[in-house]
Design a protein around this ligand. Structure first.
Ligand SMILES: NC(=O)c1ccc[n+]([C@@H]2O[C@H](COP(=O)([O-])OP(=O)(O)OC[C@H]3O[C@@H](n4cnc5c(N)ncnc54)[C@H](O)[C@@H]3O)[C@@H](O)[C@H]2O)c1
Length: 351
C-alpha cells in the first residue's frame, strides 16, 4: 500500500486542480501534508469540488492558462516544485468536435510548455503527464491495449492526446532519459468515476443531473461497454508513479491504469447505480448520430502491476457505492460533503 507520508512537505505543482480528477488529487495531497500550488482555469460552477473541498482557502491558486507559457513558467519558477502533475486539458470528445483548435492547442501546447519548463528546471524530481486511454488507435481490440500499441485518434480529443504522448516520448528520449535525477512519466486511463464530476456528456454526471432536475434520463449508447474505474484507484496509480520516478529515470515512459474486470455496459452501470441510490427512474434511449461512439477500449495493466506494484483495489460494486454515496450526500446533505470526502479518502488511502 502507498504510504502518503512520502508526500509530506514535498512541493507539488498541479495543473488542472480545479477539475474533477485534479481536485481529488489536490485534496488527497493536501491531507498528506504536501505544499501545493495549483494552476488552472477558474472552476466552472460554484458547487465544483474546488469550492466544496475549500481548496481556494487551503492552497495557493493561479487561475491561468497552460497555453500561456510565460505565465505558467513564472508560476513554476517562483514555487520551485519537487513534483509536477499535469492534468489540465480539454477532456471531452463532443466538445472537441465543437472546438478542435482549443482542444489541440490546450492539450498539445499545454503539455509541451510543461515539458519545456521541466526540462530547464533544476529542482523538479518527477513529472507526471496525464493523457488518456484514447491516445491508442482503436481497432476495437477485445484483449485491450498495452503501452507498446500504436497511438492515434480519430476525433480531435483522442488525436490531441495521441499527439501529446508523441511529444512526451520525444522529450523523454531526447532530453530526460539522459538525466539521472528526474523522472518523466505519462499515465493513460479512461472512464473514471467518483464524486463531483459535472462534465457535460459523461454518463454519471448526466444521470445525477437528471435526478436533481427530476427529468427523464436519456442514454445515448446503452450497449457500449466501458472499463469503469474509481478516481481513487487511478490517483493511487498517479501517486505511486510520482513516488517511484522521484529523482530517477528508471521508470521513464508511459503507464496504463485500468480496472481488472469492471467492464459493464452503460445500461447496466445506470441500473446498478439506480438500485444503490434507491431511485426508480424512467430511462430513454436516444442515439446521437452526430458523434461516432467508439466500441470497447480497455487497457492492459500488467506493466503497472508488475513494475509499480500498483493494482486496482475496488470492485465495480464498491466503485459504484462510493460514487453513489458521494452524490447522495451532495444532493441531500451538502453541508457534510467535506466530512464525507475526507472519510472516503481515509478509508481508501489510510486503511
Ligand atoms: N475523467 C476521465 O474519465 C478522464 C479519462 C481519461 C483522461 N482524462 C484526463 O484527465 C485529465 C483531467 O480530466 P478531468 O476529467 O478532471 O477534466 P475536468 O474538465 O474536470 O478538468 C480539466 C481541468 O483542466 C483545466 N484546463 C482546461 N483547459 C485549460 C487551459 N487552457 N489552461 C489551464 N487549465 C485548463 C480546467 O480548468 C480544469 O481544472 C485531463 O487531462 C483528461 O484528458 C480524464
Amino acid at each position: 500500500m502507498l504510504n502518503l507520508l512520502f508526500f509530506r512537505g514535498k512541493k507539488i505543482f498541479i495543473t488542472g486542480h480545479t477539475g474533477f480528477k485534479g481536485s481529488w488529487l489536490t485534496y488527497i495531497l493536501y491531507l498528506s501534508g504536501a505544499k501545493l500550488v495549483g494552476y488552472s482555469l477558474k472552476p466552472k460552477n460554484s458547487y465544483d469540488n474546488f469550492y466544496l473541498f475549500k481548496l481556494n482557502q487551503k492552497i495557493k491558486n493561479y487561475f491561468g492558462d497552460v497555453r500561456d507559457e510565460k505565465n505558467l513558467r513564472n508560476a513554476i519558477i517562483k514555487f520551485k516544485p519537487d513534483i509536477i502533475f499535469h492534468l489540465a486539458a480539454q477532456p471531452l470528445v463532443k466538445e472537441s468536435y465543437k472546438d478542435p483548435k482549443f482542444t489541440f492547442v490546450t492539450n498539445i501546447m499545454g503539455t509541451m510548455n510543461i515539458l519545456e519548463i521541466a526540462r530547464e528546471s533544476k529542482n523538479v524530481k518527477s513529472v507526471v503527464i496525464i493523457t488518456s486511454d484514447k491516445c491508442y488507435k482503436n481497432f476495437e481490440k477485445k484483449s485491450g491495449y498495452s503501452e507498446f500499441d500504436e497511438l492515434g485518434g480519430q476525433d480531435p480529443y483522442s488525436a490531441s492526446k495521441a499527439a501529446a504522448e508523441n511529444i512526451f516520448y520525444s522529450y523523454q528520449k531526447s532530453y530526460f532519459d539522459a538525466k539521472t535525477d528526474i523522472g518523466l512519466v505519462s499515465a493513460r486511463a479512461g472512464n473514471v468515476i467518483g464524486g463531483g464530476d459535472w462534465s457535460k456528456d459523461r454518463i454519471i454526471p448526466d444521470f445525477i443531473k437528471s435526478i436533481i432536475k427530476k427529468k427523464i434520463f436519456s442514454i445515448r449508447s446503452p450497449n457500449s461497454t466501458r472499463p469503469w474505474q474509481h478516481v481513487f484507484d487511478l490517483i493511487n496509480g498517479y501517486l505511486i508513479l510520482s513516488k517511484k520516478s522521484y529523482g530517477t529515470n528508471k521508470y521513464n515512459g508511459s503507464w496504463n491504469f485500468g480496472p481488472d474486470k469492471n467492464h459493464l455496459t452503460v445500461k447496466y452501470l445506470i441500473s446498478e447505480l439506480s438500485k444503490i441510490m434507491h431511485i426508480k427512474k424512467q430511462l430513454k434511449i436516444k442515439k446521437d448520430k452526430k458523434v461516432k461512439e467508439t466500441g470497447l477500449l480497455s487497457l492492459k495493466i500488467h506493466k503497472s502491476k508488475r513494475l509499480l506494484k500498483w493494482r486496482p483495489k475496488l470492485s465495480y460494486l464498491r466503485t459504484l457505492k462510493l460514487t453513489a454515496e458521494w452524490y447522495q450526500c451532495f444532493i441531500y446533505d451538502k453541508k457534510n460533503i467535506e466530512r464525507l470526502t475526507r472519510r472516503q479518502i481515509k478509508d481508501f488511502f489510510y486503511d
